[in-house]
Design a protein around this ligand. Structure first.
Ligand code: AKG
Ligand code: FE2
Length: 189
């Protein structure tokens, strides 16, 4: 099946959303923290811990308030109207060349109607699949962009990052580099 080069309905990609100095501050903050090696890719959880085996986050999994640098971004997402309320759960994912995230829909009973993923350091391709008819779409997420998933993009399409060493970007094959993303969500209770 042909892959359409755009986002599914309900998704929007905002390029150059994050100023470079904020990107650098976020990376310094994350690399001073403790990356968890529980998955193939390294992760850090904030606000509430997500349990990858049970596939849930709950009131009981509370870690604490979001750290200041993340809280500021969470407030900005709400101020810009991208979220109905200030998101309170964040996962940082780190991808080295060859690493990815398999197709999934973010936990629907746990998290609210909008998910936002901020990209840091380098670009990669994200692939979407419609759960009904299998239609595929793909977009390149540039560093410092934010991808907002709502509506059908949040509920009816899976998203994934293929575990690859390179992506084709603007008809050129580009080697992957270290990429870090910050995914913001709202707990549903
Ligand atoms: O790395 C990304 O941009 C996506 C991460 C993601 O899908 C997730 O944390 O649920
Ligand atoms: Fe996701």
């Amino acid at each position: 099946m042909e892959i359409q080069p755009h986002t599914p309905p309900g998704a929007s990609l905002i390029p150059a959303w994050l100023p470079p100095d904020v990107e650098a501050a976020l990376m310094a903050f994350l690399d001073a923290g403790l990356w968890s090696g529980e998955l193939k890719r390294r992760v850090q959880h904030f606000g509430y811990r997500y349990d990858y085996r049970a596939r849930i986050a709950s009131r009981e999994s509370r870690i604490g308030p979001l750290p200041g640098v993340l809280e500021q971004l969470a407030r900005r997402l709400a101020e810009e109207g991208l979220f109905g309320a200030v998101p309170d759960q964040v996962i940082a994912n780190e991808y080295w060349p060859g690493q990815g995230i398999s197709a999934h829909v973010d936990c629907q009973p746990c998290f609210g109607p909008v998910i936002a993923s901020v990209s840091l350091l380098s670009a990669c391709q994200m692939v979407f699949r419609h759960q009904g008819d299998g239609e595929m779409r793909a977009v390149v997420l540039p560093p410092r962009s934010v991808l907002v998933l709502g509506g059908p993009a949040r509920h009816d399409w899976t998203h994934e990052i293929p575990a690859r060493l390179s992506d084709v970007i603007d008809s050129r094959r580009v080697a992957r580099e270290r990429r870090v993303s910050l995914t913001f969500r709202s707990m549903r209770f």
